[in-house]
Design a binder for this molecule. Sequence first.
Ligand SMILES: [Zn+2]
Length: 510
Amino acid sequence: MGEEFSRLRGSNKGLAESGISFEIVIGCEIHVALLTPTKAFCACENRHGGAPNTRVCPVCLGLPGAMPVPAREFVERGAVAGLALNGRIASLTRFDRKHFFYPDLPKGYQITQAELPLCAGGFVDLEIPGDSGASRSKRVRLERIHLEEDAGKSLHGNAGATLVDFNRAGVPLVEIVTKPDLRSPEEAALFMREVRDVLRWVGVTDGNLEEGSLRCDANVNLIILADGAEWRTPISEIKNLNSFRAVRDACAYEADRQLAEFQGAAPASRAGFSAGFKRTMGWNPDRGVTVPQREKNSFVDYRFAPEPDILPIRISDTFIARASSRVGELPGGMRRRFMETYGLSRSDATVLTADRVLAEWYDRAARSCADPRKAASWVITEVLAAANARSVSVARLGIGPEHVAELVNALAVNLVSGAQAKEAFAECLKTGKMPRAVIEERGLSQMSDPESLYALVEAVLRENGEAVAAWKNGKTNAAAWLTGQVMKRSGGRANPRAAADGVQKKLAEL
Ligand SMILES: [Zn+2]
């Protein structure tokens, strides 16, 4: 937590004494860049970076006469995002123009959705960690999820010159708007992370924060109870927060600033605090402060109007069914299933559901082995370590879930020891062979079948009459020494427990 917010919390005590209490209210608007082959309304390639103005055409440059055509993948991935966030897909959706002037917006308007968004409602469930290690869940309701296009980018160059790069103009976005349900800066950051995780899971975004694939505008204000009355501070909309940390720190700073402003205001002027106007702020991460971006009280009229160049879109049930099939099982549900069905701890289940490829990989191993928990620990320690060492995903390791399942099964029946299993696993990684084959080829199996073990035990007892006599005279540790001899004779392949049992049994029969 930032220093600013600790300061705010530290002052809570003082506030209680002075009869003031408050609650932070946060709502978020998250813009997510969709992974589609093309831009939203033209055939330009949708990719981050590159030399400025190399991926542009008359449509995304807004040249007169150019006609936008919505890409099917844009609408479909938008629907996948909406369904993954539990929203309802509209049967009729429409694009609108939002007019404003900005140098990186060549048309003078942005194509977005106002009255008929693609998706209404929805929710995101958060697991909020508590002080004692326990967590509580919280549902954040969504207002809507709609489609829109991104603007270009202003590059502030030398000598005060500003250049414009339109490569980003027309990049497809979904905007996710919450109800004002978030109650702390930590919750807001957690919300953004959960949205990123879910949408990356269903493959609609790369979720790359450094490249600006997710940007959050946070609306922050306070409900303050003071002197028996309730006040609401004006909402500040902090624009373009592009990391979880920025969301958390900016909200914390802004809450602190609003509280200080309220406390500094003379009681007579507090009436203005319920006026409900909105301020637009930016976040300066270097200084750790929010900065006003427009005149206070300024009101922008976007003059929304239906986009006349694009017909409203009727969404069929087939379209929704196909989008649904692309959503599949979500990480939260899979995490719960791993805990309930396979008996995993929350932390193991969380590691294994960090990405979809890994989760499905583990799931396949767990389904076909005797001990899903052991499989989880193998995947988390051995498999992930091997993948990290080679800087590849588990899907490209050259071995599959069936390898881990077979190895875990071999351990479960004591065919191999832990050390032998690791040796076999290393060989599987190298050759791609199945564990059983490796175990046989290399003679890695433990000797735990009673017959061959008993033969070994009998031989050892025959050859060590002195130790047997000592045992008969009450020297019980002679049994351990004899077990050691059995292990030695087996070349370390005897199962130690089976060897000890065998020695005890034979001695008792003498
Ligand atoms: Zn274009």
